[in-house]
Design a protein around this ligand. Structure first.
Ligand code: NAG
Ligand code: NAG
Ligand code: NAG
Ligand code: NAG
Ligand code: NAG
Ligand code: NAG
Ligand code: NAG
Ligand code: NAG
Ligand code: NAG
Ligand code: NAG
Ligand code: NAG
Ligand code: NAG
Length: 848
């Protein structure tokens, strides 16, 4: 009987505790007395009666008719806001303990209140959360999380904090800066479970020492579902956190591959169950499993953080593949220091499929604005178990002296346009970056997809909006706020000027034969000079050529959409009087082939060859992944790789290009076209074109760069006629050096040649699906270059001259002689952008 009472008591206790927890959340729709329901949660108007909230003044209730593109999520909530010209307090009664506080800002202009001049601070129970929060500036310059800028859409940022509330009320104070105003759209207060920040963290650089982090407030800077897709707030139990994708923060996305397994995952400790939902552990990123290289690299993520704060870095792990210990051992680096070594998830978590996390603590100095997280091989462990794994990642900023706010001084309006263009590149490259005051966006991805087209429409912005720098850097199919499509508006302004025939005649001295720099099946290419003095290459198609017209149109269509530093850019065209003329940037150094063999030109050094291949690989990688639809070049060969005056390689000749397969198709069926000797045998057999056909042809180019001979040479003995077959025989015997261009003898790093051969061999794999992607190829080629450069430095040290300089000098003379010009394209191509968006499924489009 006694037991029965005890039992009931426990039930009652548990029950009341749950009730209490629920009543303590506040979901507030600011600036209105009406409630809205958003993804199953009811947001109560801040001025509705009996809502247990006290407002110190009514401020200015504001509303907008601008409708959200995405009504299913927060659109309705963001239609109202409370604006304030003087300090405004929200007091929430009956809260004590740890709480998530999320502030939703979705700026719109109202009456005379122009959001671009708002500026304010927020203080919660004495803890300064934000200072000088200038939303439009934040959004326009820094915040890649902006939800959109079309007139009929909302944009928002959500800032998330965890506050330790040690009295019975929470007072959130909104304080406008002088002569400005502030606003708030919604406030979300959700109890956080006590275990969330209870454990101790391992101090980076502290030789395994643990610290108990004490805090008054914490700001969530980043929360990522590594290797997986976005986890929306509604998928995250009662805490309503949002988990973003990690790709846009990776330095080289190819360094990691995504793995998934949702079977039977459990928490390694019962107390962990609220740290992250299981779905986060179901996907992971492991080190790229590529046999081309040993795993001598790191998977690296880079984050913008506020300098001068302490950070708690929480890594989530779950071994999904190996059911034995010691299969995967790695090192964790935070800001380039070892945070953990000999890291064995299986052992630490207590088995396979066990969700496990570890916290690290690091201090970021006042001079550093980035935080690097790297996972890589542990040099003390044999190569066998070398692999790393990461399932999730969170970065929390810890309050210091009652402050969480950070003001970046660069917000000077005089320099703002400059800052914005600078940042367009910077932040574009970083992807979804977050600056100064950390920004946690809870919503982006729901919006982005449908926003894609609309977002470029800047004319119809509501007053107060300036065009967004990321206008065209939309989100790729996997949702990362991408960086690569910056050509958008450039293309539309520069896309093919239509030249008049007399202009072309003037430029080429009436098609003077002495200006011919190339001849092909299509017709002739002339060197010309257009009115403004720009040197150009003018390709005039042979009017007799029947197939020409289609290819002419393809090329204009392709090139006007594609802009990239490693693609020859189209300046214009002329289609008068049955002429089919294309005007390109002039490539002073002609084709790659002419520098490899069959001409009097001095041979390229090994470094120049590798660099040319890297350039071409970048161009191709961009074609495959960077455009709206993946583009397959179809005619990759050394005569279509052109070199500018600085020997920067660019892909040219898109006459045969096809847009890539639609999402649900893995190939494009098409009649076989291309150049003999470079043709993908699989494409030939099955007449199905994929991006891997370009990879095959590129592999042949790589061998051509090593051997300096034509891909088909019928005068040679039968077994040597075809370069691909011949070189592959030597490569398989690991003796490519036997057939290397003798002019390179002694002037290349043998190890780099070995890697180079390995890459070429992979590219020539019989089946497309076993070939690497261009992104992987590119990445490995960069490694080859590093090896060679290291070797050059070493040999230069031993022997004060390097032969590469000798060759380089000659080449420069040559370049000056053939003086040319090129366009400095907007697409800044950094390693970051190279590696982003490697998802092959981004290709969508039509069939041939
Ligand atoms: C909400 O406010 C409007 C006008 O501001 C008023 O007409 C309406 O009655 C209010 N509704 C409630 C439930 O108080
Ligand atoms: C206000 O608080 C009381 C008791 O604490 C609770 O019964 C009521 O539901 C709350 N009202 C709202 C709108 O949450
Ligand atoms: C807001 O709250 C703070 C702290 O409780 C207080 O100092 C301040 O006077 C309040 N402001 C207004 C306008 O009530
Ligand atoms: C915005 O929405 C309104 C009403 O929904 C519609 O009349 C208007 O045409 C839309 N504007 C644009 C630019 O889509
Ligand atoms: C951290 O806290 C635990 C228990 O609260 C305590 O045992 C331990 O000594 C503390 N460690 C440090 C470094 O303060
Ligand atoms: C997922 O893991 C289970 C073991 O937990 C394994 O049996 C299954 O094959 C794995 N599935 C995949 C797709 O790897
Ligand atoms: C799931 O995990 C539990 C506990 O680890 C284990 O007992 C059970 O056999 C597993 N089920 C499957 C299908 O692997
Ligand atoms: C879970 O947390 C409780 C209380 O914080 C503690 O007593 C218990 O040992 C923890 N369990 C594990 C497995 O860590
Ligand atoms: C991985 O990163 C750490 C820290 O930046 C660096 O010290 C280490 O050399 C890197 N490892 C490799 C293999 O690049
Ligand atoms: C950390 O290493 C990366 C490359 O691995 C480098 O770019 C970065 O500058 C380093 N950071 C610091 C603080 O040394
Ligand atoms: C703008 O930037 C330049 C250099 O970046 C600096 O010299 C100048 O003082 C800045 N002007 C303002 C108003 O901050
Ligand atoms: C704010 O927007 C208005 C137009 O809506 C514009 O005239 C003004 O220059 C903008 N102010 C700033 C500081 O950008």
């Amino acid at each position: 009987m006694e037991n029965f009472w005890l039992f009931s008591l426990v039930i009652v206790f548990v029950f009341s505790k749950t009730c209490e927890a629920q009543s303590r959340s506040f979901l507030i729709n600011c600036g209105t007395n009406s409630s809205v329901t958003v993804s199953g949660r009811k947001w109560v108007g801040d001025s509705s009666p009996n809502n247990n909230i006290t407002l110190s003044s009514s401020g200015i209730p504001a509303s907008t008719d601008v409708k959200s593109v995405d009504d299913s999520t927060y659109g309705e909530l963001y239609k109202t806001a409370r604006m304030f010209e003087s300090s405004l307090n929200y007091t929430f009664q009956g809260v004590r303990g740890d709480y998530f506080v999320r502030l939703h800002f979705s700026p719109f202009s109202f009456d005379d209140y122009n959001v671009n001049v708002s500026s304010f601070g927020v203080v919660a129970n004495g803890l300064k959360l934000v200072e000088k929060f200038e939303v439009p500036g934040e959004l326009l310059h820094k915040n890649a999380y902006l939800q959109g800028s079309g007139s009929n859409s909302t944009s928002s940022i959500v800032k998330e904090y965890v506050l330790a509330i040690n009295r019975d009320a929470l007072v959130i104070e909104f304080i406008p800066d002088r002569e400005t105003f502030g606003f708030i759209n919604a406030i979300e207060i959700v109890p956080a479970v006590d275990e969330l920040f209870a454990g101790s963290a391992s101090k980076v650089g502290g030789n395994g020492a643990n610290v108990n982090v004490s805090w008054q407030g914490i700001e969530t800077m980043y929360r990522l579902n590594v290797g997986g897709s976005v986890v929306s707030p509604s998928q995250d139990s009662d805490l309503w956190r949002k988990w973003e994708m990690d790709t846009s923060y990776m330095i080289t996305a190819n360094a990691g591959v995504e793995i998934k397994n949702s079977s039977n995952i459990t928490y390694s400790s019962v107390n962990d169950s609220s740290l992250a939902p299981l779905v986060v552990y179901e996907s992971a990123r492991t080190m790229s499993n590529n046999e081309v290289l040993e795993k001598r690299f790191n998977m690296s993520w880079k984050f913008e953080v506020d300098p001068g704060f302490d950070y708690l870095i929480r890594l989530h792990f779950c071994e999904l593949v190996f059911d034995k210990a010691n299969q995967r051992i790695f090192r964790v680096y935070i800001n380039n220091r070892t945070a953990a070594d000999n890291y064995n998830v299986f052992v630490r978590a207590g088995g396979m499929n066990k969700a496990y996390h570890q916290d690290f603590f690091d201090v970021v100095s006042s001079k550093v604005k980035t935080l690097w997280i790297q996972l890589g091989p542990d040099t003390n462990v044999g190569a066998a178990g070398t692999d790393a794994l990461l399932n999730g990642l969170e970065i929390f900023k810890i309050s210091r002296n009652g402050n969480l706010a950070y003001v970046d001084n660069y917000e000077s309006s005089a320099n703002s346009s400059k800052a914005s263009s600078k940042n367009a590149i910077l932040w574009g490259a970083i992807g979804a970056g977050v600056a100064t005051v950390a920004i946690l966006a809870t919503l982006i991805f729901c919006f982005c997809k449908c926003r894609r087209e609309k977002s470029s429409d800047t004319k119809t912005n509501p007053p107060g909006w300036r065009p967004l720098f990321l206008v065209n850097s939309t989100v790729n199919a996997k949702g990362s706020a991408g960086s690569k499509n910056q050509y958008g508006s450039v293309a539309s302004t520069r896309a093919g000027k239509r030249f008049l025939l007399p202009e072309i005649r003037a430029a080429t001295n009436n098609f003077d034969e002495s200006l011919v720099i190339g001849v092909g099946g299509f017709g002739k290419v002339y060197k010309g000079e257009i009115e403004d003095g720009t040197l150009v290459a003018i390709k005039r198609s042979n009017p007799q050529s029947q197939q020409g017209l289609a290819e002419f149109e393809t090329e204009i269509e392709m090139l006007s959409k594609l802009r990239h530093r490693h693609l020859v850019s189209l300046i214009g065209f002329c289609d008068e009087q049955n002429e089919m003329i294309l005007v390109y940037e002039y490539m002073a150094n002609g084709t790659l082939r002419s520098h490899l063999f069959g001409s009097e030109l001095p041979p390229l050094t090994w470094k120049q060859r590798v660099e040319a291949c890297i350039g071409a690989a970048r161009g191709l990688h961009y074609l495959h992944t960077g455009a709206d639809r993946g583009v397959i070049h179809r005619d990759v060969k050394t005569t279509n790789i052109l070199l500018d005056e600085n020997f920067v390689a660019k892909m040219s000749d898109f006459g045969l290009s096809k847009t890539g397969p639609a999402l649900d198709h893995t190939h494009v069926s098409t009649a076989v076209k291309g150049s003999f000797g470079y043709l993908d045998p699989e494409y030939f057999r099955r007449q199905q074109l994929t991006e891997k056909s370009d990879v095959y042809s590129f592999g042949v180019v790589l061998f051509e760069a090593v051997c300096s001979r034509p891909v088909i040479n019928p005068t040679l003995p039968k077994d040597q006629i075809n370069l691909a077959e011949w070189a592959m025989r030597w490569q398989r015997q690991r003796s490519l050096e036997t057939i290397i261009d003798p002019r390179l003898e002694g002037n290349y790093c043998p190890e780099s040649l070995k890697k180079f051969g390995d890459i070429a061999e992979k590219c020539l794999a019989d089946e497309g699906k076993s070939r690497p992607t261009m992104g992987e190829v590119l990445w490995h080629l960069e490694y080859v270059l590093q090896l060679h450069e290291a070797w050059i430095r070493k040999t230069a040290g031993e022997n004060s001259f390097t032969s590469s300089q000798g060759f380089g000098g000659l080449a420069v003379d040559e370049a000056e002689e053939r003086e040319g010009t090129s366009f400095d394209e907007e697409t800044s191509f950094s390693r970051e952008s190279t590696s982003r968006g490697l998802d092959e499924s981004t290709t969508e489009g039509r069939k041939s």
